[in-house]
Ligand binder design. Sequence first.
Ligand code: MIC
Ligand code: SF4
Length: 792
Amino acid sequence: MSRLVGSSLRGAAGLSRSSMLAGRSMATVKSSIGDRKVEMSNLEQGRYINYQRIEDNLQVVRSRLNTPLTLAEKIVYGHLDNPHEQDIQRGVSYLKLRPDRVACQDATAQMAILQFMSAGLPQTAVPTSVHCDHLIQAQIGGVKDLARAIDINKEVYDFLATACAKYGIGFWKPGSGIIHQIILENYAAPGLMMIGTDSHTPNAGGLGMVACGVGGADAVDVMAGIPWELKAPKVIGVYLDGKMSGWTTPKDIILKVAGILTVKGGTGAIIEYFGPGVDTLSCTGMATICNMGAEIGATTSLFPYNSKMQGYLEATNRSDIASYANEFRHNLTPDEGCEYDQRIEINLSELEPHVNGPFTPDLATPISKFAAEVKKNDWPAELKVGLIGSCTNSSYEDMSRSAHIAREAAAHGLKAKSLFTITPGSEQVRATIARDGMIETFEDIGGVVLANACGPCIGQWDRQDIQKGEKNSIITSYNRNFTGRNDANPATHAFVASPDLVTAMIFAGDLTFNPLTDSLKGSDGKEFKFTEPRGDELPSRGYDPGENTFQAPPKDGSSVNVAVSPSSDRLQLLTPFKPWDGKDIIDAPVLIKAKGKCTTDHISAGGPWLKYRGHLENISQNCLIGAINADSGEANKILNQKTGEFGAVPTVAAAYRDAGIPWIVVGDENYGEGSSREHAALEPRFLGGAAVLCRSFARIHETNLKKQGMLPLWFKNGADYDKISGTDKISILGLNSFKPGQDIELEIKHEDGSTEKILSTTSINEGQWEWFKAGSALNMMASAAKAREASA
Ligand code: MIC
Ligand code: SF4
């Protein structure tokens, strides 16, 4: 269902503005939620939770919509910039929102801060934090790897640390942990809204926060005090009934949901969990589910506030937030009778552990059928490496369940048969599991504890046990498993499962092992079966905070100098893109027609390329090098239509640019799936691209393209994809008279000179069209700032 309420319908909603305001002031006479001042986090003084705004906004919105609201709607509409005037139609209207905070990780923060610097503002408008987690490579083990990373990335860390000090941003040093865990431990709070420059920002939904992944340019808007724009999300309700037992974990819920909805099934929607099964999950388990909702394209995922969240807030020294949330519970749970656009039901009592993959996170197989699938598909059965932890699954509960399995195996005299790595999600989790003996347990059976960082999850893995090209299997408790993601080897079959299954499987060294039914032989020659894993949701002795890795910004950072050396190969100040010349785009060669999955990893690879995330020119050398050319089936080999020669994608793109020829990328479904990295949009723009034409886009990437002044075009008729090849040229017509909402006509010119016309659509709205005309959203912001200065 969808709801239409525009300003034109306001009168019909029954209440005039003055009567609503009267209602509000009457309420304040009694006592209102805003009378109490509770800080958003223990680390930021004087920044208070604004439940009063939600209360007030919802009073207006309710009077207009006059219908029960889902929890997602309550929090989202509770953050509307203008609840009176805003059109609200799920899946249709563009909402202007006022998030409470912004979070950035080091690999995306560099570009976000470089853009923020261009805005020329003294401080960020909302509390913001930056987290150093992506640039640490896993080689030998935590301590040494961290020391090496601090050395190698010094220039970037210094840049981020000084920029944070200057602009009032909290800075989490390398070693502190992965952004999403730090946010959960310190900043997430029920009912608040956050945007973060990382697609797994929704992790904070485990604490009832609407937290969305965005590109850096969106973050800059909010940091600069401009409302954040989001298409009013649809709401998919997932009803959880029953109770998990045995080997089933929260991870299996999201693995199952991913199987049902597929990698694009959540696009444009918030996934809202509800039902009696919710209260049986731990808070960190709910965070795992929300985290991996990114894999189905969801705008975010969300759980209603409950006692498990209260317990986690208390355990992380935030009892005041918990008691405030208790007072506000009526707006932290969905209304009775609210309607979802789609409803899914899962009975937790019947849910089996799942293994998803390889190569895509939505290929879901229950463990009872997995061995047969391995054989049928000729996936390598030998398990080379098991990896647990990451931002998705590194809670105390996860670690204690895995340690339980490891202890049991050790008691039978076993060591891990596969390589085994453990990535604690935060310094707090690392210190706590070290204190409670779990690190020792993992090391005793042969595990290697890596730094509190992303490491192998994003290709920061100096993997030595196999040669590139060698077919092999690994299993992780991470969230993503796209081709080549972990070790840059396209022949690696990466599977995703709960930490429990991963840990059990490394003792068998075999993917076909099912710990629920199969036995292993102990060192005494006797067979044994693992008992069902058990763990503690929260540490009974409380968390050990570990080393202090936080740098608070000074009260006044104006004198801090942020230096970017012109000779740096890691950082480069940005030069504004040229505005649109007002003309149609004529005869733009197809740079590449990409076949099949084209994720942000294919468009702008991670791993060794992460080091150039602050240097647009250098990182552009990886532009689309992973995309598969539909004409040849090969990667990074395309026709230069001007010379007739074949070359690497970035080389051909730059040659077109230097000859003044704009070009177009053609893609398939869910183009730009995966990461929030705006480099996947900045690079094609920098190399002279004009448009991307495909069957469908992933949400964040589509916005990133718009922000950087590129045209994201959808085939009106998906079958037209087959009419195009990499030898064609495409003209984009009628741009001068284009009005948002209209189709855009394209003319395809084939190699033999024949032409045909097709239609494309675009989701570009009025404001976004202005970005295109200005050359980028940042250019628009800069000219608005200049105009303000001139009139002051
Ligand atoms: C990822 O998991 O793909 C990343 C690496 O965290 C990205 C962010 C990035 O590319 O820097 C994400 O999820 O947005
Ligand atoms: Fe880091 Fe992996 Fe989480 Fe992305 S998914 S934030 S790379 S741990």
